[in-house]
Design a protein around this ligand. Structure first.
Ligand code: G6P
Length: 611
């Protein structure tokens, strides 16, 4: 949540910061702002997207070689010019941007109010900034020292950048719980919430750790802990190309990312899945195979789309490995004092690796002695670093707010993992194992076949775009796909949609069915095929409008449906990687037809670093 950018060096800061903010807009986009150190401290901010900020500053003096910028996802205070970051301190000497939530801000605000402070915004950020300034004034100490004292008092999560008109050669930064990367150039430094604003200038970066403060100057980077001890910056080389974060000719990132899936799934399998030799190579799994296969229980912790990948993994692991699996919403898991037995394994699934609910749930579980295996996309992210072991999904940067290629990447990793564990445990037959290796290997090509002709999916989306509600139904491995289809439609087209196990219809939701309600069945040929045919009949008898995802060559389901989207035949264990693709496209085209910003749907943000 919230994107943070900073620059200090020999270039003009404003263009670097604005470009960086556009790259981070997926993190929040209800207001944006910059602070520039240019013969004094100047702040420009505006409700709306980064483009609105740009429009509002045309003709102004935007010079200066030091700048910080912010794109906001509102927590404290409505989206507005006055709540936009950066915030000035009471004296106007300091400006700060912040990603995260200061939980004890109300108490600090009250203390400050007693001392006569007034506030221009409703944000927790302005409270923290004035708190820092108050400490500096009271203790007559440096800003760095005041920052350290303040950070020791506050509860919550933060990544902050702080500038001082009296020290125009320094940016102070600090993090706890919200990400911060610093790019190292020649006589310049770049600061950002992720590497995407940095990649075109340098590939050398330092990931700042929790409870570290960075003192950043054009030619100097000092890291310290909150006890004022210097810490050696650990420089990492980014393995990412600029092209990966650009649209590459597609109208939207979401469409690009949907179309990238044959390649991203292939990249995920590459070097790991060796169907000819019957092998799966996954270092993270191999090194901990005994703990994994003898786990009395596996708990999967995730949010959103990643949680849906977790549901598919539950089916896979229980079926193939015969280990009981529970799939937990991270936000619930973390607060209910969960029971964790010795030997329990937690699989954390996260695209960004920064989702606050997942991260804190894992920290708690780790403290209780659980073994954490991370299935993460963003390399070097907080969840990746917190995990004892893991496997990256290698899906590349996902920028569209709705998750698409990360989901299929997660499924590819989890399927390989389940197969590898089952093989080691002896719970899968040789023949089944080999069949599934070949089935998995064939997935990228089958996804490419689905993507060859998307015109019919676009037409269906346009036909039903004005519906006020949708139902998505599936059974077995296709049940989580139905949930994911419903989530995608909600996110992108703002149409109310619900996902259900198809057999659950008769226990309530069928009351909703009338001649206006589109019902999407994920009804590919699997062990539930006959059953789902009956479920389709039940909806048809009540005049619902039936859209089916069906297997190529099937004629029964299509004969009952109003509209059909075919996907190649596949084993049901790998089927979700195929059947979800038309649903991603359906929501994309529905959002597009309704004129919405599909890459930045309202109220959402991609990386949810607040709880
Ligand atoms: C947000 C995003 C979703 C995502 C969820 C979990 O809500 O909008 O697309 O599925 O967070 O994110 P993660 O990065 O942990 O997978």
């Amino acid at each position: 949540m919230c994107g943070i950018v900073g620059y200090i060096g020999h270039r003009q800061a404003y263009p670097v910061v604005i470009k960086g903010l556009k790259r981070l807009e997926y993190r929040g986009y209800d207001s944006a702002g910059v602070a520039l150190l240019n013969h004094g401290l100047k702040v420009y901010k505006k409700k709306g997207k980064v483009a609105d900020l740009e429009d509002s500053v045309v003709g102004l003096d935007l010079g200066g070689q030091v700048g910080i910028g912010h794109t906001r996802w509102a927590t404290h205070g409505e989206p507005s010019d006055r709540n936009a970051h950066p915030h000035y301190s009471a004296s106007g000497q300091l400006a700060m941007i912040h990603n995260g939530i200061i939980e004890n801000y109300a108490q600090i605000k009250e203390e400050l109010q007693h001392k006569g402070y007034t506030f221009k915004s409703d944000t927790d950020t302005e409270v923290l900034l004035n708190f820092i300034e108050e400490i500096r004034n009271n203790n007559e100490c440096s800003l760095e020292e005041a920052l350290r004292i303040a950070l020791r008092r506050i509860v919550g999560a933060y990544c902050i950048l702080l500038v001082d008109a009296a020290d125009p050669d320094t940016i102070l930064a600090a993090r706890k719980g919200s990400p911060l990367v610093i790019g190292i150039g020649k006589g310049e430094h770049f600061l950002a919430s992720d590497a995407s604003p940095i990649i075109e200038y340098t590939k050398e970066v330092v990931y700042v750790n929790d409870y570290q403060i960075a003192i950043v100057r054009a030619d100097e980077l000092i890291l310290k802990n909150l006890g004022n001890e210097k810490q050696t910056p650990f420089i990492t080389r980014l393995d990412m190309e600029l092209a990966a974060i650009e649209k590459g000719g597609y109208e939207h990132f979401m469409l690009k990312e949907i179309h990238e899936q044959p390649q991203t799934i292939f990249d995920c399998l590459r070097g790991r899945l060796l169907p000819e030799s019957g092998m799966i190579t996954m270092g993270g799994v191999e090194n901990h195979l005994e703990s994994l296969i003898h786990a009395p229980r596996i708990i999967i912790v995730a949010c959103g789309t990643s949680w849906h990948a977790g549901l598919v993994a539950e089916y896979l692991i229980e079926e193939l490995c015969r280990i009981p699996v529970e799939v937990e919403y991270a936000s619930e898991f973390r607060y209910r004092n969960p029971i964790i037995h010795p030997g329990d394994v937690i699989i954390a699934i996260s695209q960004s690796g920064e989702t606050a609910d997942t991260l804190v749930a894992l920290e708690n579980a780790k403290e209780k002695g659980a073994f954490i295996f991370g299935v993460v996309n963003a390399v070097g992210s907080s969840i990746a670093r917190l995990s004892h072991a893991g496997a990256y999904t290698h899906s590349g940067p996902e920028i569209g707010v709705a998750s698409t290629k990360a989901f299929t990447g997660q499924l590819a990793v989890l399927t390989m993992m389940a197969l590898k564990m089952a093989r080691a445990k002896g719970t899968v037959s040789d023949e089944r194992y080999r069949t599934l290796l070949h089935e998995l290997h064939a997935v990228p090509e089958k996804v490419a076949a689905i993507l060859k002709d998307t015109a019919s999916i676009k037409a269906i989306a346009e036909k039903y775009k004005d519906a006020s509600d949708f139902l998505f139904l599936g059974r077995g491995y296709n049940f989580p796909v139905a949930l994911e289809g419903a989530l995608k439609l909600k996110e992108i087209s703002y149409i109310h949609a619900e996902g259900y196990p198809a057999a659950e219809m008769k226990h309530g939701p069928i009351a909703l069915v009338d001649e206006k309600l589109p019902v999407v069945f994920v009804a590919t040929r699997d062990r539930f095929y006959e059953k789902i045919v009956s479920n389709v009949q039940e909806i048809k008898a009540r005049k619902g409008r039936i859209i089916c995802i069906a297997s190529e060559g099937d004629s029964t389901i299509p004969s009952m449906a109003d509209d059909v989207i075919f996907v190649p035949d596949a084993d049901e264990l790998v089927g979700p990687m195929l059947s979800v693709v038309p649903l991603q496209l359906l929501s994309y085209y529905a959002g597009l037809a309704k004129g919405y910003d599909v890459d930045k749907p309202r109220n959402l943000a991609k990386s949810v670093t607040v709880e």
